[in-house]
Design a protein around this ligand. Structure first.
Ligand code: AMP
Length: 299
């Protein structure tokens, strides 16, 4: 496995392979890799001839009060996981390489970024959209994989790739969970034993909401009430939002019309956790098109 740290060598590597007709798969990450990342890497490995994983803790998507400097960076372990999964290149640019002096461009997707995570973290999605656009420009992949875990992010990436004709196929893979339902996240390591014990309440609340919809409940207020009550069993969890939304626009629904996506964010102590569940009714469209199988590149 090659480790590349400069944008110029990364771009040159990709261009050489593209000229040879090699298909390039790409999984952008911030490192501290877990089985959620692993599932994206495996799916990409199956579909592409060559595979690039980027590890870059992107300062532009953290606000000054967030955990940029504390974000876990177990680089040796991350590289080992990438080697194990047959990754060809681990792209590890520095912040200065990505944002040299004089850098001034920002990519925004204002409507999809307005609510939910965008409201809680005002500059977050501009940072995400900008870095994803840059990474696509450098790595120039045919296919890039994202996790449903970050539903709003995946929706925004799909939008920006279409709007800017970036020519990258986007595939969204299902959320990988711990046995008790907690969505895997690099931030879970921050949870104390007590916090970890109550953290699955978020996924349980979303499951409760999903069951109500599947059972025919159409009243969003009633669904949101049950989801909130599920979480409030533990007084130390603070609900930031729990919502039943249109799976494409992410606008809140007042009456459930499947498909829908249930979005949730909670705070336990100083740690924010997010999660979501898609609800499809039989024969309905599937919202963000979360792909469980592996499809051909030309889809
Ligand atoms: P991050 O390193 O947190 O920026 O995540 C990199 C990619 O991994 C993003 O596309 C995430 O949505 C995805 N990801 C993170 N956690 C999970 C998970 N539990 N299941 C599936 N994908 C995930």
């Amino acid at each position: 496995m090659k480790i590349i740290r400069t944008t110029r060598s990364m771009a040159a590597w990709s261009e050489r392979l593209r000229r040879e007709g090699v298909t390039i798969g790409f999984v952008p990450t911030m490192g501290a890799l877990h089985d959620g990342h692993r599932s994206l890497i495996r799916a990409a490995r199956l579909r592409c001839d060559a595979l690039v994983v980027s590890i870059f803790v992107n300062p532009a998507q953290f606000s000054p009060t967030e955990d940029l400097s504390a974000y876990p960076r177990p680089i040796a372990r991350d590289r080992a996981l990438c080697r194990e999964e047959g990754v060809d290149v681990c792209f590890e640019p520095t912040a200065l390489t990505m944002y040299p002096e004089g850098f001034q461009t920002t990519v925004t997707v204002p409507v999809l970024a307005r609510r939910w995570e965008g409201e809680a973290r005002p500059h977050h999605f501009a940072g995400v959209a900008t870095v994803v656009t840059k990474l696509f420009g450098i790595v120039h992949p045919h296919l890039a994989l994202f996790g449903q875990k970050d539903y709003q992010q995946a929706a925004l990436v799909r939008q920006l790739v279409g709007d800017l004709n970036l020519g990258v196929t986007i595939q969204v893979r299902p959320t990988v969970r711990e046995q008790d339902g907690l969505a895997m996240s690099s931030r879970n390591v921050y949870l104390s034993t007590d916090e970890r014990r109550i953290a699955p309440l978020l996924s349980q609340a979303l499951q409760a909401g999903k069951q109500m919809i599947v059972g025919g409940m159409l009243d969003v207020a009633a669904i949101e009430r049950v989801m909130r009550q599920t979480i409030e069993q533990a007084p130390t969890i603070h609900v930031e939002y729990l919502a039943v939304c249109d799976p494409d626009s992410l606008e809140p629904l007042s009456v459930v019309s499947a498909p829908a996506v249930l979005l949730g964010a909670v705070r336990i102590g100083s740690i924010r956790l997010i999660d979501n569940l898609l609800v499809k009714l039989p024969g309905g469209k599937s919202g963000l098109r979360v792909e469980r199988g592996i499809k051909p590149l030309t889809d």
